[in-house]
Design a protein around this ligand. Structure first.
Ligand code: UDP
Ligand code: MG
Length: 314
């Protein structure tokens, strides 16, 4: 198999058929006419609650091409779907592409051409030339990437999306990471390999709606930071040391002031603000610690990342 397309689908009933038809049309028009016959499409139905599964089954039953459909027992999230898809993929090249046609299949061919011409690169990642989302979301996302990039030990390409084409060696490297809390952008960066950034134009979503909102993104962001950096733990220790030094200094000032000038200490406001500050910092530190513990807890439970309910085309 030359090319595998991994397509996560969650409530995409209006898109899967169109995606399939468009992809077959585009791949069929490639200058190498054998490509389509040498391509597998791996759809992952991530616990959709609409007609996605029915649509995928129809595609599987009527398609003359290589189709694999994995279906989860419930919604496990895009990261889990990607993992399942990468595990199933057999191609020399594996593309990750959304089912909603916001990412045109033509770009997969462009990425393929690039990797075939440039042996020194192992992966191509697409980035949006201009972001189509609202100014607020764009700002939130760019802040998050700045924070995680500065915290993480490996540089995480800010703009790069999950829309990628990977050589076999990269897929194998990604699959060799056993962790359960999977943050793809971090994992792509962590495994290394030469990655070329290719600009692409994101299309409008015509059917269904985006599964991301502000709170989901925030949760994803925190999980990403905790998975790829231990610096927040250092931050809380540094803060602790700083406050300790400050407290000693303040005590000295108070003692000296009382001894020399006999000043009565203005109590209540000082006490109040100190108490608030210190308990805030303590809670923050305990919270950070708790987040790491929670991650550890999830990893040691060693539950599978997803549960497969159906597997067509194995
Ligand atoms: N997706 C998924 N599981 C989820 C959420 C999303 O498999 O829990 C899929 C979704 O069907 C789509 C892709 O991930 O193919 C990207 O999702 P979406 O289009 O909502 O994200 P956006 O393009 O708005 O960033
Ligand atoms: Mg989308």
């Amino acid at each position: 198999m030359k090319l595998s397309l991994v397509v996560p689908c969650y409530n995409e009933e209006g898109n899967v058929k169109r995606f399939y038809e468009e992809t077959v049309r585009v791949l069929g028009g490639y200058r190498d006419s054998t490509l389509l016959a040498d391509t597998e499409l791996i759809f992952i139905n991530d616990g959709s609650r609409d007609g996605t599964w029915k649509g995928l089954k129809e595609i599987y039953e009527t398609s003359p091409h290589h189709i694999r459909v994995l279906s989860f027992s419930r919604n496990f999230g895009k990261e889990a779907a990607l993992l399942a898809g990468l595990r199933a993929s057999q191609g020399d090249y594996t593309a990750i592409i959304d089912a909603d046609l916001q990412q045109r299949p033509e770009y997969v061919l462009q990425m393929l051409d690039f990797l075939e011409e440039h042996a020194e690169y192992d992966a191509v990642a697409c980035y949006q030339e201009e972001r189509k989302e609202g100014a607020f979301m764009a700002w939130v996302k760019s802040c998050f990437y700045k924070v995680i990039d500065s915290l993480s030990d490996v540089p995480i390409a800010q703009a790069a999306s999950d829309f990628r084409l990977l050589r076999r060696c990269v897929v194998d490297a990604i699959l060799s990471l056993p962790e359960k809390c999977r943050f793809s952008k971090g994992i792509f960066a962590w495994v290394g390999f030469e990655t070329y950034l290719m600009p692409y134009k994101v299309e409008e979503r015509t059917e269904g709606e985006s599964k991301w909102n502000f709170w989901k993104l925030l949760r994803y962001a925190f999980s990403g930071i905790m998975s790829f950096s231990d610096k927040p733990l250092i931050v809380s220790s540094v803060l602790g040391i700083f406050l300790f030094a400050l407290a000693i200094l303040m005590m000295l000032v108070v003692v000296i002031k009382t001894l020399i000038w006999g000043d009565p200490v203005a109590g209540f406001p000082t006490l109040c603000s100190l108490l608030l500050l210190l308990s805030g910092v303590q809670l923050l530190s305990v919270g950070i610690l708790g987040q790491y513990l929670a991650k550890n807890y999830t990893e040691t439970k060693d539950r599978p990342v997803y549960i497969l309910k159906e597997d067509l085309g194995k």
